[in-house]
Ligand binder design. Structure first.
Ligand SMILES: [Zn+2]
Ligand SMILES: [Zn+2]
Length: 304
């Protein structure tokens, strides 16, 4: 039995929201008040991602048990037409100079030069299709769920966008985020659980970069492991377990009436399955998503 590395790695699980607006752009609360709200709700970390603006004094809002990380949201125009791109960069040193905001590629390049982790935001809400996603293909991943896009437009779930690019071999991971503007309406709906050694920007960001996290609206993934070509799951009680793979190569299980699923197993036998990811849904309709694993085309083995 080989646990996925996030579950085998030493350290603790930290809960965090990676997409947050404050009065430094169009959010309703000041950075200090926003940090205090998330801390009170039991979060361990928060990334402030104001539109083209980076909070200078994030350390002032951090404490021993609560970390604030400096980020930004960037909006370069889409060359494929329609609405502009939105990207969040987690862990920036500064705000982006205008000359880097001309294309998706230049904005992502700037983020990477900063040592930041860049994610493609809410493609469903932005009305983006495949050509747009390709402009942002150098990002690390996508927001599979965005609370504010769900609450205000019913466009919060970008699961299909994610599956499309995974089917083509992209190694994209996915975040659930709030994109908080006014926490009363759009706070505390989606977050990530990160397995990290310490609650520091370096440790949290390096764990996210390695994929040692899962996205959730509430359900907990307790363990994911692999043995003899089968994936095994242990989780908090849920009603539905979906193993997503290329097109029809996955599988779905629904709990019997009045019962819940806390263990599941799937053996991806179809040779056309090149990626596999897990989605679970609890009785309240809340979902959680694992990061994908990919089949090595040479060895046939599954890898993170
Ligand atoms: Zn946005
Ligand atoms: Zn935003």
């Amino acid at each position: 039995m080989k646990p996925f590395s996030a579950f085998a790695a030493p350290g603790d699980w930290f809960r965090g929201n990676c997409h947050t607006h404050t009065t430094l752009s169009d959010g309703s609360e000041a950075p200090a008040a926003t940090a205090a709200l998330y801390r009170k709700k039991g979060y361990d970390f928060l990334v402030l991602t104001d539109h083209h603006n980076a909070c200078e004094d994030v350390k002032a809002f951090s404490a021993k048990d609560f970390l604030v990380i400096r980020g930004v949201e960037m909006h370069p125009p889409a060359q494929s037409g329609g609405f502009a791109h939105h990207f969040i960069a987690l862990g920036v040193k500064d705000k982006p100079p205008k000359r880097f905001l001309k294309t998706a590629a230049s904005a992502i390049r700037w983020g990477k030069k900063q040592g930041a982790l860049v994610f493609y935001c809410h493609p469903y809400w932005t009305g983006h299709g495949r050509a747009h996603l390709e402009e942002g293909s150098e990002a690390l991943g996508v927001e599979v769920y965005n609370t504010t896009c769900d609450v205000h437009r019913g466009l919060g779930y970008s699961e299909v966008h994610w599956d499309h690019v995974l089917s083509d071999g992209w190694r994209w991971r996915a975040l659930a985020v709030d994109d908080t503007h006014n926490y009363r309406a759009d706070g505390f709906g989606g977050w990530i659980m990160v397995k990290a050694g310490q609650l520091t920007p370096r440790s949290i960001l390096s764990a996210i970069k390695k994929g040692w996290f899962y996205a959730t609206q509430g359900p907990e993934i307790h363990d994911l492991s692999m043995s003899d070509g089968a994936i095994e799951l242990k989780c908090s009680p849920v009603e539905e377990v979906v193993w997503h793979a290329n097109g029809p190569c996955g599988s779905r299980a629904i709990a019997e009436a009045g019962k819940a699923i806390e263990h599941a197993r799937f053996e991806p036998k179809n040779p056309q399955a090149t990626y596999l990811r897990l989605m679970i849904r609890d009785a309240k309709g809340r979902k959680a998503w694992s990061n994908p694993i990919w089949r090595n085309s040479k060895t046939g083995r599954w890898e993170e």
